[in-house]
Unconditional design. Sequence first.
Length: 280
Amino acid sequence: MGAFTYNAVRFLMGSLSLVPVVLLLERRNKKTENRKQKTEKSNLRLTWVVGVMGGLMVFFAANLQQFGIVLSDSPSSASEAGFITGMYIIFVPILGLFLGRRVRPLIWISAMLAFGGLALITTEGGISYFSLAHLLVLICAIFWAAHILLIDRYVNNIRPISFVAVQFLVCGALSLITALIFEDISLQGIQDGIWVLLYGGIIASGIAYTLQAIGQKYVEPALAAIIFSMEALFAAFSEALFLGETMTLQKYIGGAIIFTGILLAQYNKKKPKPGSSPRT
């Protein structure tokens, strides 16, 4: 499959997997009191608007990342892409500053620790040069950072599960249109990769992104980005478990550094006021 075909099927699957959950929640919402109907309609409208925005961001981020991997002539293109994509750990607090969000000094330290750990896990062979492929993945990281900040901005005013479903619908539709233009869609290719698509669509998309949207209600965006850096550690463990790869000492050290950064970011001298949000 081409990159657009894969993302089209994957994200449309992710959207479809959430339809039963959305319909169940809509039935429950209809039973709410009449005075809440205006607010519910307003939230639904905003959910669609933010969902379209999120879908555009995921479309560019996911496809730029895959194209970066495909175009790279490096034997370690996947690990290099993982490292460069992980730069959203740094981009999130930087972009947050432009949006007027204050970032605690400890978060900056934690972000640098997490980024350093990420480097140890993903670039054992090093990056010998910076190419167009790397640039595409770097732009992808900016879109992922913007996506985290988008969720942070609106998560308390939208319906998280409906948002994720709309987001995937938009991303999947755009990927399908682009695939029809630039790629030869093979039904046999889709059939051969059905298990990968099911995992990517339902587990890695439908479930994981929904948990992100719900979890970010209680976690500041810079800390969320630091926690997401654990993805690299889980990838290394998965390689060892399922693909027979060896977990080197460098990867263990990198994982320990990332985990240290996460624990450090959780420390806050100021205790939240009684009744305040856990994010304050």
